[in-house]
Design a protein around this ligand. Structure first.
Ligand code: TRP
Length: 354
């Protein structure tokens, strides 16, 4: 009975500006995980083509996600920070996975249905194959743990299905190579080349909602910039957006239960709690009975305290694109070395002559 070496992998698309929801939901988790794990964080530029083929400023988008990773505290020497297109092995493994995944599996993907919309005939083949590339991103490093948002859970289940089918279909070819590991999946003993990835979804990350509508997720595609706090917003912008955030006329409740049916109040308390590393109950312990005229300035101060240093560091990094590019190139080279090792093993398992 063996075990795969723990490895954390995650990806962020270089589309649109990063906002507070991305920071609290993803990047802050990435930073925390690097303490005790080998981590790889990837700017998934190939995936960005599925949203829109031609981008106004693709290099700037890639650099700004990278700058956010670094500014938030990810260490690119200890870990690996890179962009997907520098490692062609992702695309190569994705092709193999296209031949592993079944149409029936792909047809169940809710994100495809949402993004393709009504006119599915006009959706790109890339949008359809997106989850297969995502599985390849992870498995080309045989990564074991993937921090993602709730919305990516189904894609990780597909990743497990792809890994499982590959392991089973190629079991007799994997065994003699000595590259596989005996694992149990549920009750099932499997001689596996690819691990069954574990999503890391829970944790302190709240669902950060729009500042203008507490029932909608904070989103980079919301037409109103007042609905979100961007990581590139300066102190003035942060302050203005929080002061203008929608609220209701009542004072804050003293108990978490009192936030029910008050989505805007719930959201602002949740943001405060996440930024302060406290529970909502603790925040309400402090602010219960207070008006928003007291709570909002406290939230402004806290937001600026946490975000201003990240913002300043992002700006500093963005002023030196050649440094960012060198980080990506270095990360890309180290990632390629790992990915090529896997691909050679996969080529041998499949039986490609090399
Ligand atoms: N689909 C992910 C998202 O939109 C981005 C992504 C691509 C990803 N490849 C990945 C996340 C691999 C985790 C692991 O958020």
């Amino acid at each position: 009975m063996g075990e795969f070496k723990p490895l954390v992998f995650s990806g962020v698309q270089p589309t649109g500006n990063l906002h507070l929801g991305n920071y609290l939901g993803a990047i802050r988790k990435f930073v925390a995980l690097q303490e005790n794990n080998d981590c790889m964080y990837c700017v998934v530029d190939l995936h960005a083509l599925t949203a829109q083929l031609v981008h106004d400023d693709m290099p700037g988008q890639i650099r700004s996600i990278t700058a956010a990773f670094l500014a938030a505290g990810i260490d690119p020497k200890q870990h690996i920070v890179f962009n997907q297109s520098q490692v062609p092995q992702h695309s190569e493994l994705a092709w193999i996975f296209n031949c592993v995944a079944r149409l029936g599996w792909m047809n169940r993907m809710t994100q495809f249905k949402d993004k393709a919309g009504k006119d599915r005939e006009q959706a790109s083949l890339g949008l359809y194959a997106y989850p297969s590339l995502m599985a390849a991103d992870i498995l080309v490093y045989r990564a074991t743990h993937v921090p993602v948002g709730e919305d990516q859970k189904q894609h990780l289940e597909l990743t497990r299905d792809i890994a499982m089918k590959f392991n089973i279909d190629f079991m007799d070819k994997i065994r003699p190579t000595g590259l596989g590991i005996d694992i149990t999946v549920g009750e099932e003993p499997v001689h596996a080349y690819f691990p069954m990835v574990e999503p890391l979804i829970d944790g302190p990350a709240p669902r950060v909602m729009s500042l203008k509508d507490g029932t909608k997720k904070m989103s980079k595609s919301d037409p109103s910039d007042l609905s979100r706090i961007n990581l590139m917003d300066d102190a003035d912008a942060i302050s203005r957006k929080i002061r203008k955030a929608k609220t209701d006329p009542d004072a804050l409740p003293s108990e978490v239960d009192g936030l029910k049916g008050r989505p805007e109040a719930d959201n602002l308390v949740g943001i405060f709690a996440a930024l302060a590393d406290k529970t909502k109950a603790e925040v309400l312990g402090e602010f219960g009975g207070q008006q928003f005229s007291v709570f909002k300035p406290a939230l402004v101060d806290l937001s600026i305290e946490v975000l201003a240093p990240i913002n300043a560091e992002m700006r500093r990094l963005m002023a030196d694109p050649s440094y960012i590019d060198s980080v990506l190139r270095d990360g890309g080279a180290r990632a390629r070395e790992r990915a090529e090792k896997t691909m050679n093993e996969v080529r041998d398992i499949i039986g490609f002559v090399r």
